[in-house]
Design a protein around this ligand. Structure first.
Ligand code: AKB
Length: 315
């Protein structure tokens, strides 16, 4: 029987992942933890505890006490926020990962999911249809920490048998919990502002294309990767995950199909340089072949679902 720990359950991915895992593995077998209070639904449906992943002793103790077999470690400082506190962000992102890798090695929680990001690529990477294996020279703190993390994950797999699995998430778009401090956050904010104010001031320029994915697809694929037969996995660093690619202008046009008066203005800030260093689109054929990565949402389905669900929530 699997016993699963999710670290970072109050964040954008964690708050949805916990509920999905509980449907499959049973409420009592999915332990949600964070340093912040979670959404109500997480507390109501199963175990929740405050746990700081940076506290190694407590983490190891938790894994042993609850006979945990799988860990999803989602704790991270995202790209925009990391640029404001570079050394602290490096320290948090790396210690959060190293603690879970070591705790996995020393306990029976051998299966570990850790999210990487399209931020592992940099300005010297081919920008379009970025291959799985290519030049990787990230120039953001977040990207450097994600690339180093991928290398450590693969190292712990080869050296100590930790069953490390990872995907390079594109920007993730959801209506339940808003993201905090990323460069792709505009693609969530724009929908909330469209419903609340019928206008949006975008912090990226109109033609900045980035890879994005709807949260439902991201969660389903994450669990699919964790359930995959280990023999099918040719990579133990991290798999490219493409989703769809669009620009702020394209998403605004899509919103206008539902709200014809919606207006957008552009005021690029420091996050523009981050976005300019990332791929515009990604090739995820290796993940499709190895473990069946798929996606159901395109820009039209994503936009109509976001607008409908946010409107429903607000009204
Ligand atoms: C960010 O913008 O920092 C994240 C990411 C792409 O990893 N959403």
């Amino acid at each position: 029987m699997e016993r699963i720990l999710v670290i970072g359950c109050s964040g954008q991915i964690g708050s949805e992942l916990v509920l999905e895992l509980r449907k499959t593995y049973g409420n009592d077998n999915v332990f949600a933890t964070d340093i912040k209070d979670p959404p109500e639904e997480i507390r109501e449906t199963g175990p929740f505890q405050i746990l700081d992943v940076l506290d190694y002793k407590n983490l190891l103790h938790f894994l042993v006490r609850h006979n945990i077999t799988q860990v999803y470690n989602l704790a991270a400082v995202l790209s925009g926020n990391a640029e404001k506190i570079p050394l602290q962000a490096w320290d948090i992102n790396m210690r959060a990962l190293m603690n879970t890798l070591q705790a996995a090695q020393q306990s029976s929680a051998k299966k570990l999911f850790w999210p990487s990001s399209i931020a592992v690529f940099g300005p010297t990477t081919p920008r379009h249809n970025t291959p799985q294996l290519t030049v990787m020279e990230p120039n953001t703190v977040y990207g450097i920490s994600k690339l180093a993390g991928e290398r450590w994950g693969e190292y712990f797999f080869n050296k100590y048998g930790v069953d490390f699995r990872s995907v390079r998430y594109p920007g993730l778009i959801s209506y339940k919990t808003e993201p905090g401090g990323g460069t792709t956050d505009y693609a969530v904010e724009i929908f909330f502002e469209a419903i609340k104010n019928n206008s949006y001031e975008c912090f990226l320029s109109e033609n900045t294309a980035l890879p994005m994915m709807f949260m439902d697809d991201a969660i389903k694929n994450t669990i699919k990767l964790m359930d995959a037969d280990p023999d099918t996995l040719s990579l133990r660093s991290s798999y490219n995950m493409a989703g769809m690619s669009f620009t702020p202008k394209q998403i605004a046009d899509e919103i206008r199909k539902h709200h014809p008066d919606f207006s957008i203005t552009y005021k690029p800030d420091f996050r523009q340089a981050i976005a300019d260093s990332w791929p515009a689109s990604i090739d995820d054929s290796v993940a499709r072949k190895d473990w069946g990565l798929f996606d159901e949402f395109d820009i039209e389905k994503l936009s109509s679902t976001m607008l409908f669900k946010i409107e429903e929530r607000i009204t």
